[in-house]
Design a protein around this ligand. Structure first.
Ligand SMILES: [Zn+2]
Length: 279
């Protein structure tokens, strides 16, 4: 039995270890995903279970599916505890694999987007608050479960987590994947969801935010045209907008972001197929 548990544990994560040390008891839940810093994790527990992350209950679907995210700089393990409907439970910690982030210098950005003029400070604050509140949504959907497709073809011109120095000014890390493609290239919904924001923002340009359930959402920035409205349901593969260079951008590209509530995640780690070829 000890040996079997070891094999099960090893298949989940190299760094995982049991919280209660019951080495002879096989786990009845699983957690999958890249299990690195800045990645979305999804889990499966017996239907009717209560699932907690670090002692706080998570949302769980009727058939026992749940999600949580590892922050980009998360050093500590995530402790998942499952209480089974018939009694008893299991607990196990998952340590995210550390990542090395690069330093990316971007020059030629419109200076008013790197050091915005004081008169737009209120607008930027208002827009940041709207995004924060939209990401706080805890909807019952579980559209994130079937995995994500790449939303556009293109050259990956910016990678997740890079320390950004824009026009020589250090700004917040780059929490998204940039796909460079010509203006007008269609952007496709990577999974089903509900549009929570569709608007023109100062830094983000044409912005769409899609809620995929349980706090998982994806964002599409710098669009030249938005094709869906807030409140609208979208289907995987549906055209939601066109690539552009609006907001803080040097050229046409899609900035694709993913979050679990306010936790920034790398969407490329949740894709179910290889990246499409550039146009
Ligand atoms: Zn970007």
């Amino acid at each position: 039995m000890i040996r079997r548990r070891f094999v099960i544990g090893a298949s989940l994560s190299f760094a995982a270890s049991s919280a209660w040390g019951q080495a002879d008891k096989p786990l009845r839940f699983s957690v999958g995903g890249a299990l690195t810093q800045g990645s979305l994790a999804t889990g499966q527990a017996p239907p009717g279970s209560l699932v907690a992350l670090d002692g706080r209950p998570l949302q769980v679907t009727a058939d026992g599916r749940f999600a949580f995210g590892f922050a980009p700089d998360q050093a500590k393990a995530a402790l998942i505890t499952v209480r089974y409907p018939e009694g008893g439970g299991d607990s196990k910690s998952f340590s995210p694999t550390p990542r090395q982030y690069e330093i990316q210098r971007v020059n030629g950005l419109p200076q008013k987007t790197v050091t915005p003029p004081p008169e737009v400070a209120a607008r930027i604050a208002r827009e940041a608050e709207a995004i924060y509140l939209a990401r706080l949504t805890q909807s019952n959907g579980a559209d994130f479960l079937s995995g994500f497709d790449w939303p556009a073809p293109g050259i990956e011109s910016g990678i997740f987590g890079s320390q950004r120095i824009d026009n020589g000014v250090p700004v917040s890390p780059h929490y998204g994947v940039d796909m460079a493609a010509p203006v007008g290239t269609p952007i496709l919904a990577p999974a089903d969801g509900v549009v929570s924001i569709s608007d023109d923002y100062y830094l983000d340009g044409g912005l769409t935010l899609i809620d995929h359930g349980q706090g998982v959402s994806t964002a599409y920035l710098h669009q030249s045209k938005r094709l869906v409205k807030a409140g609208e349901s979208v289907k995987r593969g549906q055209r939601i907008g066109l690539i552009g260079a609006t907001g803080r951008a040097t050229g046409p590209h899609l900035h694709w972001a993913m979050t679990w509530f306010q936790v920034r995640l790398d969407p490329s780690l949740s894709t179910r197929k290889p990246k499409p070829d550039p146009l």
